[in-house]
Design a protein around this ligand. Sequence first.
Ligand code: ADP
Length: 467
Amino acid sequence: MNESYHMKTQNIIGNEEWCAFGELNIPAIKARIDSGAKTSSIQATNIKRVVRNGESWVDFEVNPVQDNRSVSVFCSAKIVDTRIIKSSSGTTQKRFVIKTPVTLGDRTFDIELTLANRDSMEYRMLLGREAMQERFLVDPSKHFVMGDYDQEAFGQFYRHLYREKTGLQIGLLATNRNLYSNKRLMEAAQARGHEIQFLNIQHCYMRLDAQTPEVRYRGGNILDELDAVIPRIRPSMTFYGCALLRQFDSIGTYCLNTAASISQSRDKLFSSQLFSKNGIQIPVTGFAKSPLETKDLIDMVGGSPLIIKLLESTQGKGVVSAETNKAAESVINAFKSLQANILVQEFIKEADGKDIRCFVVDGKVVASIMRQAPKGEFRSNIHQGGTAHKVRITAEERRLAIKATKILNLDVAGVDIIRSNKGPLLLEVNSSPGLEGIENATGKDIANTIIMAIEKKLKFQAIDHSS
Ligand code: ADP
């Protein structure tokens, strides 16, 4: 065969071409021409083997629009083979093979396709050597030689499959979807007509560059259509969770609590410094690194009884009290020898094991409870044995809670206040406050309030379908 023979009978194709599958109801899908692959493949999800009239068939879905998972075409085809496919990374995968007519330009022919569930495939289809043989020559410098569609024309093909968007698209960025707070936020968003997606922090990853920063989710889905993200980042995830939030912020997604506000609220020392600088009453607090000044550290905060807190503590686990100066000294020195960062604080005895949790949303206290430690215990926020009930807070406490939230620039916060002889004192501000205790004690639908705050921020108004 000479070259002119090829030129006459074989079409030139570029490195990307549009393919159509008449029998699969796919009028257009972008294919990468991949002479490195023998068999062609199409990316499929929900792949299920079924038996029809004694034959093996396969049901699957194809998302023909790149980067869009919400448009999916249901397909069904007879299985002609199963093949072990070795990927470039060396892993093997068993795949079903189907045979179906494909159209490229004005040529239609049967093609064997493997169903790939490798979600990270950049193209939804790869056209391999088998399909090209005796038909096409590849000119890798060209694209869409067999015809091209613009965005608009391509969009028309699948218009009927796009769901009408009536609510907001929200992401819940957390770790465990079964936690009470997360479940409540999901159901509250859905009840208000929004679409909410649970995003496991550990399954998100990022692309950084000057033009198109991205957040992607397991499976390669690009999260570029979210209107808002609700962060529920557990303390051990602060570093990565906040990095993701900054990325969402840079692509224009509204974050309910910013990365900066979360990380500063998690730093007990830093937030205490911000409070004292802004005239917010807190228990007298000392902080030191060197073991030499322990005695003066104790004197400085007024002597015993006092409280010693590990800076990394949560849920009161790293908080101890010392009745005498001697006891305080040994505890402080013990912590220091472990290189732990600690705070030393005056003990508010008159609080009598109680503290107040104010739930603040969008600059308002929407609920408050008083928590009482079990008998003989001073830590009121521990989970075992403590009780909580609804409480009426004073105007001063309300102002304190709101001001603390503003200083940290949090949209949602749980503000812990302790009642002292000197008036209310701020203990700490939690940027991912739990909903269970406070909803149960007050009977309020706080999840709904949070979703409404997002609507307000985004100036969202529900479309009234009844009129
Ligand atoms: P964590 O950050 O680990 O939750 P907190 O600082 O909230 O620790 O303290 C846990 C609990 O200990 C509080 O809810 C409060 O009941 C009690 N507590 C904390 N600091 C003091 C203090 N200075 N005086 C009296 N009780 C305190």
